[in-house]
Design a protein around this ligand. Structure first.
Ligand code: AHZ
Length: 328
């Protein structure tokens, strides 16, 4: 009986009241729930609370569509939730809790290339001084020797899952995964150049079928600042900078160069910047613009490029916001 649909607003409903979207009780929150200890050894009479399937559907869809509505106007969009994008999200969400930050990740699983340290090995190497970022997010590491120039996280997944969980706990961040950025929203500037003013998105599975299906128009998110961290070239990689070339906003790509850990990591961190008004590029996507070397399996530059990307946003945000508001 408690799961009946309401018949009319005047007939009191016995439907279980789930409360509003924001009434969720956090884990370890205000209400006193069951404890695992109390359940242990009591499985004979154990049962879950009864549920109607539509409750589950509505609990998900209501939140998703409310988020789509809320983030259709974002302050910052981060394209790509790899090690650089997540590091940028962490720093920005912490520094600017007033900004609404949408992360768009093409894969079902966020994390990009940072679930393994390199090859198919577990340990993740971070060159000093990027150990500062590990201390900031609370990831344990070991030093290899007394005067080591790098530190080791026992499993790359420990880094990625810790960072991801911190990012997702910020109330001003929403991750849309399984969603690809298919294009950039642009506005004309008075000097004849363009400004990036948002992203064009689609379900990734839809994006992958534009060749064999029609009528699959995308969705949009307006934002005055975008951080693009889609990694080096590949099926989805280097997305924004390749699009900038095809729309003639930049002349050409430098093309990622061969592996040289020493030059690569410094170059990526130092070069993280706004490439065209409204679009900041970081991580390995930047190597395709600047013709920087790759660094292979050492992740310090990805974390610190994320830090720098967040810093760049803080520098330009108000100006770009004002400019975007003046367009439409
Ligand atoms: O799925 C991609 C990945 O999670 C996502 N992505 C790419 N194109 C996208 C698009 N829309 C939405 N159009 C998109 N998401 O971007 C993420 C990139 O993560 P990554 O780990 O590949 O990039 P990163 O720059 O954060 O880290 C790169 C780490 C290095 S260095 C290196 C080498 O020197 O060889 N190789 C890697 C993987």
């Amino acid at each position: 009986m408690i799961f009946q649909e309401p018949v009319s607003p005047t007939v009191p409903s016995k439907k279980l009241d789930l409360g509003s979207v924001n009434a969720a009780v956090p884990v370890g929150g205000q209400t006193k729930g069951e404890t695992i200890e109390a359940m242990a050894g009591e499985w004979k009479d154990f049962t879950f609370r009864p549920i109607r399937e539509s409750q589950v559907s509505r609990a998900m869809t209501r939140r998703y569509f409310s988020d789509l509505d809320k983030y259709a106007e974002s302050d910052v969009v981060i394209i790509g939730a790899g090690s650089c994008g997540l590091s940028a999200a962490y720093c920005l969400a912490k520094a600017r809790p007033d900004l609404k930050i949408a992360i768009i990740e093409a894969s079902v699983s966020p994390g990009g290339g940072a679930w393994l340290g390199g090859q198919l090995f577990s340990a993740m190497i971070m060159r000093k001084p990027a150990d500062a970022f590990l201390r900031e997010v609370g990831v344990a590491y070991e030093e290899d020797g007394d005067d080591s120039n790098y530190v080791v996280v026992k499993h790359a997944a420990l880094f990625t899952s810790t960072l991801l969980s911190k990012v997702l706990q910020f109330p001003n961040v929403k991750l849309f995964n399984a969603t690809a950025v298919e294009d950039l929203i642009t506005r004309p500037r008075e000097d004849g150049t363009i400004q990036i003013a948002g992203v064009v998105t689609n379900w990734t599975l839809v994006s992958m079928h534009h060749d064999d299906q029609s009528c699959m128009d995308p969705n949009t998110i307006n934002a005055p600042v975008i951080i693009s961290t889609t990694g080096h070239d590949g099926p989805f990689g280097a997305f924004s900078v390749k699009r900038l070339v095809s729309m003639q906003a930049i002349k050409c790509l430098g093309g990622m160069r061969g592996l040289d850990m020493n030059t690569a990591e410094d170059a990526i961190v130092k070069g993280t910047r706004e490439i065209v008004p409204g679009l900041i590029v970081g991580g390995m996507e930047l190597s395709e613009v600047d013709g920087a070397n790759r660094m292979g399996p050492t992740f310090g530059a990805m974390a610190l490029s994320g830090v720098k990307a967040a810093e760049e946003v803080v520098k330009i945000f108000e100006q770009r916001q004002k400019e975007c508001a003046a367009f439409y």
